[in-house]
Design a protein around this ligand. Structure first.
Ligand SMILES: Nc1ncnc2c1ncn2[C@@H]1O[C@H](COP(=O)(O)OP(=O)(O)O)[C@@H](O)[C@H]1O
Ligand SMILES: [Mg+2]
Length: 262
């Protein structure tokens, strides 16, 4: 049998007229709780501070945490022509998240995955994004339906993988990297989150979770950018207070540089 190249073009959806997105970047991880939403929020905040036009599509439909990080109380508005107007953060980052549509922040999303993927496509294609330098997509963990939909249906220019130093997470992040590779998406870099802790009084560095496998994985996949993000209690606090935009995080400088050169 002929070995045909897979063609996903028929699944593609496009942003609505008037939305011009220069680059779309998906942030993924092998498992939950590694700091994917925090990293997405920090990267978005820095790019915005540097004058870029930024939006975040919160694709973690069943566990949305982007609105909390930015302290968004606004809702997404729908116009009569079907356009959806994203909510805006204090610094002007546009945000689409299911939590900004539900009646209450604590309402669970109990939909079948076919509906969830349709909501995601709708957010992407019906939002009035305007002119964007970067759209960041905060993906749910793993390699399930939603990441597959994001890769097949949206126009993705690059992928950032987030992991932590523990071995198991390292192994799991390889699944994500392999998925991105399979789908032909360029991997911009890996963020090893909670990589170390620097004592504020002595400046001594502690590798709380041990030495990570991230550099080895990056080598294996020929990825040239690894950011090592410290455990920073300020990140936790500011997310709780909805003020992630006030955090300055030098540890992500190299991945941000990579994004700017995309
Ligand atoms: N580098 C960090 N330092 C301190 N706390 C962090 C850091 N990264 C993430 N956190 C905290 O860990 C929790 C989980 O992070 P989150 O970004 O929601 O993970 P994910 O999106 O991968 O599930 C959050 O409450 C966040 O405040
Ligand atoms: Mg998250």
């Amino acid at each position: 049998m002929e070995n045909k190249k897979l063609n996903f073009d028929k699944f593609k959806v496009s942003p609505r007229k008037g939305s011009n997105i220069k680059k779309t970047i998906a942030v993924m991880s092998g498992k939950g709780g590694v700091g994917k939403s925090s990293v997405t929020s920090l990267i978005a905040s820095k790019l915005r501070k540097d004058g870029k036009k930024i939006a975040i599509l919160d694709a973690d439909i069943t566990g949305p945490s982007i609105p909390q990080a930015f302290g968004i109380e606004d809702r997404i508005r729908a116009l009569e022509d079907g356009a959806m107007i994203p909510a805006k953060s204090k610094s002007g980052i546009e945000i689409m998240s299911i939590n900004l549509v539900l009646d209450s922040k604590t309402s669970p999303v109990v939909w079948r995955s076919s509906i969830v993927t349709n909501v995601l496509k709708q957010f992407y294609s019906e939002a009035d994004w305007g002119d964007l330098d970067y759209l960041l997509i905060d993906m749910p963990p793993g390699t399930s339906d939603i990441p597959l939909t994001v890769f097949q249906s949206l126009n993705i220019d690059g992928v950032i993988a987030v992991t932590t130093p523990q071995d198991l997470v390292g192994m799991v992040v390889e699944k994500s990297l392999n998925m991105a590779k399979m789908m032909g998406k360029p991997i911009l870099g890996i963020v090893e989150n909670m990589s170390y802790f620097k004592a504020p009084d002595t400046g001594k560095v502690y590798k709380i979770f041990g030495e990570g496998a991230t550099d080895d994985i990056a080598n294996k996949f020929a990825i040239d950018t690894v950011s090592k993000l410290a455990i920073n209690p300020k990140i936790t606090k500011m997310i709780d207070e909805g003020r992630i935009e006030d955090v300055e995080e030098k540890d992500l400088d190299n991945i941000i540089k990579k994004i700017k050169n995309l």
